[in-house]
Design a protein around this ligand. Structure first.
Ligand code: NAG
Ligand code: NAG
Ligand code: NAG
Ligand code: NAG
Ligand code: NAG
Ligand code: NAG
Ligand code: NAG
Ligand code: NAG
Ligand code: NAG
Ligand code: NAG
Ligand code: CU
Length: 339
């Protein structure tokens, strides 16, 4: 009897570790005023402009079709409104809706035009869309203790992105992506957490990406990119440069008007976007949850040795409708969660 209780405790702790170590986008705040709450993964959806995913597990593998908008992401019912130059704040949570736990890896933001159709239309295909990058954040410049911007979210803070101040009006998906690198010194170890929100942008801007600044997702990454398969110096040597994966930030984003008003005219070529893509020989590994998490657990010691500052307090803010949360996390659990 007692051993049965122990066994079930062990199992539930393990399951707890799985959900608390990963996560999802809880909400987006636009211009400090408009709050869009995302649906809990797999819960019965209510109206939102954030595309709902069905698992808190990371997307694994650079060719995984879920790289576009996240695990089995569904078209959302609503459309948020925004203006050029607006700040967009993305608040990520772990699977228990406490603060995001990972602290090493880049955060990148892409956008894609939905064209003349609203982005809540099922005829827009995120997997074949032309995505352009508007922001990338890695290690904090000048950091001497290997602090990454991602770690700021461990206190519950949002990630902050500015919509390009000169972007042309229209229907867009804004896609925020975390790439957690704690076990990425092994090929296939990188954990992608992409998420998509549907927005309509107003104003009178004219900025647009060049054709050769756009990529597909999947397509933009390879499992062996230097920013995906990590050189150990990324952890141990803070002066080693981190090479962001994917395209450069589109030139128009920095107010660089040389690229304005040209992309719709150049429909001829996508060769540059495919040149940044992977070879296409790697098979996508969808996140078989238990398999990837077993692997993750085995590598905890390695990751421990290499990870940045531990900033892994788990303080759920509100109870999840999906699961009970424990009153207390053991030290062991905290150690696991920190990975
Ligand atoms: C798409 O969004 C618009 C604006 O919010 C709304 O009027 C329309 O009903 C939505 N369409 C669908 C299919 O949900
Ligand atoms: C979306 O685009 C991808 C990549 O081009 C394609 O494989 C897929 O069939 C498309 N989906 C739909 C519903 O058209
Ligand atoms: C976003 O901005 C808030 C202040 O508004 C700050 O506390 C937080 O650290 C920022 N997030 C990141 C990831 O830099
Ligand atoms: C932008 O265009 C709209 C009409 O589409 C107009 O009402 C508005 O005043 C313009 N804003 C600026 C800053 O020019
Ligand atoms: C992209 O295209 C523009 C204009 O066609 C060209 O000036 C620029 O060098 C190209 N950039 C890259 C990275 O190929
Ligand atoms: C740290 O990285 C820099 C840049 O890659 C390199 O020049 C330097 O030799 C490295 N130092 C050590 C101790 O590895
Ligand atoms: C604008 O683009 C040009 C060419 O890509 C680049 O040399 C320049 O630094 C950019 N300016 C800004 C402000 O980003
Ligand atoms: C954009 O291009 C169109 C067609 O080439 C032109 O009529 C329009 O004036 C251009 N707009 C700007 C702001 O350059
Ligand atoms: C782990 O850290 C110790 C002490 O900092 C170091 O000697 C050892 O080489 C590291 N191991 C790995 C695999 O980086
Ligand atoms: C968690 O449990 C430990 C040991 O039972 C206890 O010392 C600690 O105060 C508890 N923490 C909280 C937040 O309840
Ligand atoms: Cu995780």
């Amino acid at each position: 009897m007692f051993s049965l209780i122990l066994l079930s405790l062990t199992l539930s702790s393990f399951q707890l570790e799985l959900v608390s170590a990963h996560g999802w986008l809880n909400d987006v705040v636009i211009a400090g005023t408009q709050t869009i709450v995302g649906n809990v993964p797999n819960a019965s959806p209510t109206g939102s402009a954030i595309r709902q995913i069905d698992s808190v597990d990371p997307v694994k593998g650079a060719n995984n079709p879920f790289l576009a908008c996240g695990q089995n992401a569904q078209v959302a019912s609503d459309i948020a409104t925004a203006n050029p130059g607006d700040e967009v704040q993305f608040t990520w949570v772990n699977g228990l809706q406490g603060p995001w736990v990972h602290n090493v890896g880049p955060m990148q933001t892409y956008m894609a035009s939905c064209g003349s159709q609203p982005c809540n239309s099922t005829s827009f295909n995120a997997t074949s869309a032309s995505w352009f990058k508007i922001q990338e954040q890695g290690r904090v410049p000048g950091s001497t203790d290997n602090t990454w911007f991602m770690s700021f979210m461990n206190s519950g803070a949002p990630a902050n992105v500015t919509i390009p101040s000169n972007i042309a009006p229209g229907n867009y998906i804004i896609r925020h992506e975390l790439i957690a690198l704690q076990i990425a010194q092994t090929e296939g170890g990188a954990e992608w957490y992409p998420t998509c929100a549907q927005i309509s942008i107003g104003g009178n801007g004219t900025g647009a990406p060049l054709e050769n600044e756009t990529v597909t997702l999947p397509g933009a990454y390879s499992d062996t990119d230097p920013g995906i398969l990590i050189d150990v110096r990324v952890y141990n040597n803070v002066t080693a440069t981190y090479v962001f994966p994917g395209p450069a930030v589109a030139a128009f984003v920095s107010g660089n008007t040389t690229s304005t008003n040209t992309s719709s005219a150049t429909a001829d070529s996508d060769t540059d976007s495919t040149s940044t893509s992977s070879s296409g020989t790697t098979t996508a590994t969808t996140s078989g949850s238990s398999g990837s998490c077993m692997k993750k657990k085995r590598q905890v010691e390695v990751a421990d040795n290499m990870s940045a500052r531990d900033s892994s307090r788990v303080r759920p803010r509100h109870p999840s409708p999906m699961m009970h949360r424990p009153r207390n996390l053991s030290r062991v659990m905290k150690g696991l969660v920190s990975q």
